[in-house]
Design a protein around this ligand. Structure first.
Ligand SMILES: [Zn+2]
Length: 83
């Protein structure tokens, strides 16, 4: 079993955060391969950089996701003007 060398595609945002990871199963059926191609295409449309790495690389990656552009939009900001 050399499962760990299975190719995995990751999508990296311009800030450097990895927000997408999908394993490229060597014995996946045609439909799964199409799904994968579709996912990757949509990542590219979102402006992500696609990289091909090993499953191990993804496992060793402690963080997934991006918090860079979230902070202020989390809560609607209510502004009261006191006059
Ligand atoms: Zn980020």
């Amino acid at each position: 079993m050399d499962n760990d060398l299975t190719r995995t595609y990751i999508g990296r945002k311009s800030c450097g955060c990895v927000v997408f990871a999908m394993v490229d199963e060597p014995n996946a059926n045609q439909q799964s391969k199409r799904e994968l191609a579709k996912e990757i295409a949509s990542c590219i449309r979102q402006g992500l950089t696609i990289e091909s790495v090993t499953v191990d690389y993804v496992r060793n990656m402690q963080t997934m996701g991006c918090k860079c552009d979230k902070p202020k939009q989390d809560k609607p900001q209510l502004k009261f003007k006191v006059q």
